[in-house]
Design a protein around this ligand. Structure first.
Ligand SMILES: [Zn+2]
Length: 270
């Protein structure tokens, strides 16, 4: 997901949120389910081993579903933060449905990118983003938004993650996802892909979702953190009693424990 906003006349802020984590989650699921499926096919239906394997498959699918939901929440939270920080009034989203129709008619998009598009749970991310910003989403046809050069309107076929304009006079380069977002931004404001000026600065921020922790990892982490907090507070208590000041030890205690808790709470962004 990528977001673009005009900050002032000469600056566009772009936030790109990497979707690689979702593909990794799905790859893991496909592998695990495939292995279980193979074992299940060798079992007699209804046997104890069969039932055990079916339960394991169900568990893998359930966990994947939760991880993907968490991923969509992380992505939409980061996107919502961009919207909130820039205090934007409108939220315009490029419409995938337009693309898919076009693909069918022209058959231009490769199988690989089509699959990536369908694997991206975009509808749910949009719904979450709407819930988190309360702005209401406007849809806009995004055909050629990722190909058109934002500086000179030449159409290029980007290869890889970088966009490079082939027009020798222009030579515009940017992250591929930023190009699409900037074009949709221009279309939303001007009604078409109006080129941005030559002296416009594009500030790009890259973000990505973090891996969801398993309950065991979380438990181990909390045990370590609790031990650290206890050691810290006892050390500070000792220091306090050695100084023998007439302060309030209870207050000091509570402040140290919250201090030690803040860093690990900010690790996982839910
Ligand atoms: Zn160009």
């Amino acid at each position: 997901m990528a977001l673009a906003t005009w900050v002032d006349d000469k600056t566009i802020d772009v936030t790109i949120i990497n979707g690689r984590q979702a593909r990794a989650i799905k790859r893991q699921r496909n592998k695990a389910v495939g292995q279980l499926q193979h074992k299940i096919s060798k079992c007699r239906p209804g046997s104890k081993r069969y039932r055990r394997l079916v339960t394991a498959r169900k568990k893998v699918n359930g966990k994947t579903k939760l991880s993907l939901r968490d991923f969509d929440h992380q992505v939409s939270r980061k996107a919502a933060n961009h919207v909130i920080n820039h205090n934007t009034g409108r939220l315009i989203v490029g419409d995938v449905r337009g693309i898919e129709k076009e693909t069918k008619a022209k058959g231009r998009m490769g199988r690989h990118s089509r699959q990536q598009l369908s694997q991206w749970s975009r509808g749910r991310q949009e719904r979450y983003l709407n819930e988190k910003t309360n702005l209401g989403i406007e849809h806009l046809n995004e055909s050629y938004s990722s190909q058109t050069c934002p500086a000179c309107k030449t159409r290029n076929r980007p290869s890889g993650r970088h966009y490079r304009c082939k027009n020798p006079i222009c030579g515009f380069t940017c992250h591929r996802d930023a190009v699409g977002a900037i074009n949709i931004l221009q279309k939303a404001i001007e009604g078409e892909y109006v080129p941005i000026g030559p002296d416009v600065t594009i500030r790009v921020t890259y973000l990505r979702a973090v891996e969801r922790w398993s309950p065991d990892q979380r438990k181990a982490h909390h045990m370590v953190q609790r031990r650290k907090a206890r050691a810290l507070s006892s050390a500070q208590n000792r220091a306090l009693s050695e100084a023998s000041q007439i302060s309030k030890p209870k207050l000091a205690n509570s402040s140290t424990s919250t201090n030690s808790l803040v860093p690990d709470q900010s690790v996982v962004v839910a």
